[in-house]
Ligand binder design. Sequence first.
Ligand SMILES: Cc1ncc(C[n+]2csc(CCOP(=O)(O)OP(=O)(O)O)c2C)c(N)n1
Ligand SMILES: [Mg+2]
Length: 333
Amino acid sequence: MSIVPAPVEAQTPVPDDPALIERLYRNLRLTRLVEDEVARVYPTDVIKSPVHLSIGQEFVSVGVCDALEPSDHVSITYRGHAAYLAKGGDLNAMIAEMYGKKTGCAQGRGGSMHLVDMAAGVIGASAVVGTSIPVATGFALAAKRKATGTANSGVVACFIGDGATEEGCFAESLNFAALHRLPILFVCENNGYAIHEPLAKRWATDRLCERVATYGIPATRIEDGDVFTVRDAAAAAVRAMRAGHGPAFLEVMCYRWREHVGPSEDFNQGYRPASDMAPWAARDEVARLAALLPPDRVAALEAEIAATVAAAFAFAETSPFPLSEDLYDHVYA
Ligand SMILES: Cc1ncc(C[n+]2csc(CCOP(=O)(O)OP(=O)(O)O)c2C)c(N)n1
Ligand SMILES: [Mg+2]
C-alpha cells in the first residue's frame, strides 16, 4: 500500500483565521529549519546521538499540539523533535541534548531520542517502541484524578508510529484508557513503514481505526495531509475529553521524507521508490502555509526563526560537556 495525500486541488478550504495560519506556519517552519540544520551538521559529528527526522511529517505534531494548552501533556517518540517543539519544549535544551552537553534537556545523557521538558508538558521519550504508551496512559489517569471537571482539566496527547500499534501494550493501554474514560488522545503517525518494513508485510488489514473502535474509542483516519484537518480533529477530540468523554484516536497518514535514522534520503535502499514521495512533496505544508501569508510577513518570520535556530546551535556548541565525575549521578543501582 502506498500512501498518497489529497491532491493540492482537492484541499479542504483554508480557515479564515490569519492568526491560526501564522501560528501553525511558525511551528512548521521552526521544526523544518531545525531539522534541516540537524541534517546539515550531522556529518561533522557534533551531534552525539542517532537522529530520527520528522521532515515531511511535522504537520501532525503541529496540528495536534495547537489544540493543547500549556498545562496539557504530550508523550513523544524517538521521532519527537516536531512534537517537542510544537508543545513548547525548550529549543536550546533540545539542541544541547543532541550535542551531548550538560545544558541539554536530559543533561546530555539521552540525545535526540530521549527529549524531555516537564515544564512544557513534554513527558520524557523512550527509544523503545511503544513503551511511552502505558506511561502516557498513566499520565492521563493522573490528569483524570486531578480533574476539576472544568473546561481546563488536563489532557494527554500520545504520539506513536504505526509500528508501535503492533506492541502488546498498545492494546492494553487502549482498553484501560477506554474503560476508565481517560483524557488521552492517541495520535498514530502512520508513515507506512517501521524502519524498512511496509504495512503490507506487517498488517493483515489496514483497518486500524476499526480495530481501535472495538475498544469503544472514537477513531478517525486523516488522509489529506492537511495541518488544518489535523488541528480541527484534535481540537474536537480535546473538547470532548475535557467534557469527560474519554479517549480518542487519530490515525494521520503521512510520509517520512528522509531515511529511518540519519540525515539523508534513502531511495537508493530499494525498499520504497522516490515516486512515493512526490505527491507529499507537492503538498508540503510548510510551503503551502507560507504561500497563504503575506510575503513580507514570511520574510520577517524567516529572519526571526533563523536567528532563533542559529542561537540554539551556538548555545549547544559553546555549552560544556558533562563532567566525568558526574557519570553515576541519577543512576539508581
Ligand atoms: C520494542 C522495540 N522493538 C524494536 C525496536 C527497533 N525499532 C526502532 S524504530 C522501529 C520502527 C518503528 O516504526 P514506527 O512505530 O512506525 O515509527 P516510525 O519510525 O515510522 O516513526 C523499530 C522496529 C525498538 N526500538 N523497540
Ligand atoms: Mg512508521
